[in-house]
Write a protein that binds this ligand. Sequence first.
Ligand code: IPD
Ligand code: CA
Ligand code: CA
Ligand code: CA
Length: 261
Amino acid sequence: MLESLRTIDDNVKKWMKEVRVKVIASFNDDLDVKTKSGPNDLVTNIDREVEEFYKDKIKKYYPGSEIIGEESAHEVREPKNEGLLWVIDPIDGTMNFVKQKNHFASMIAIYRKGTAMRGYIYDVMQDKLYWGGPEIGVYCNQDKIEPPSDKKLNKGLFGVGAPLLIDNYHNLQKAALESCGTRIYGCSGIQFIHVLNGQCVAYISYLRPWDYAAGKVLAETLDLVVKTIDGRPIDMLSSSDVLVATKNAQKDITRIVQSTY
Ligand code: IPD
Ligand code: CA
Ligand code: CA
Ligand code: CA
C-alpha cells in the first residue's frame, strides 16, 4: 500500500502543478463569478474546472474511488465501497482568489475505510505544497517538517474565522485576547498551514468537510489536536466548528470556553 501511495503522491503533485499553471493563466481572462448561498459565497469557472480536472484524473487512474468535491457534492455520506475516498476543495479561499489573486489554496485528502491516508494543501501563489500522512510524516515541498513546539495560547498567534470572532461564539473573544494576537486570512487551507509550521498556535473556524479534511490529516500526523471548540471529536461527514491547535493551546482554549458556561 505504501508503494502505491508513493505513486499517488507523485500523481497528485503533478496534478497540482498543472492546476497552478491553469490558475495563473486565468488571471489574464475574465472570470465567470457567481454567488452561491449569498453575496460572500462565490464560485468561479476556475473552481468548477479545477474540480472537474481532479475528478477526471482520479476516475482515470483510480477507478473505484469515491469522490466528494465541494462544487459537485450534493450530499456528504459514508463511502459505499472500500476503495479510496477523495475529498476535494479545488480552490479554497475563492473570495481571496477573486479579490486578491493571492492567499488561496487547492486541497485534496485521501481516506480509506475511514482511515486518513494523505492530505495535500497547496498554497498556489507561494508554490508551497504541504503534504503527507501518518506513515511518512509531513513535508513542505521536498523538506520534512517537524511537529511544532507545544506552545501555550499566550505564547502564539490565534488564527480565526471572522464570523465566529465577530459573533463572540463560545466567548471566543476572551480566548483571542489571551493569545499574542488574532489573524484572519479567509482561507482555511492557509490557516491550517500556519498551525502546521508553527506560525500560529491555533486556528478555529466553522468549516465544511472539504475545508478541513486535508488539514486534519496533516495536523494529526504532526501531533496537533483537531477537535470541536469544546473538545469533542470531529465527525468527518459534517460541518462544524473545527479547532486545530497545539495540545497546550487547545487546553487553554477549552478552559476559557468552558469557564463561560
Ligand atoms: C472558505 C474558506 C474560508 C472559510 C470558509 C470556507 P471556500 O472556503 O476556507 O476561510 O472561513 O468557511 O467556506 O468556499 O473559499 O472554498
Ligand atoms: Ca466555496
Ligand atoms: Ca474551502
Ligand atoms: Ca472551495
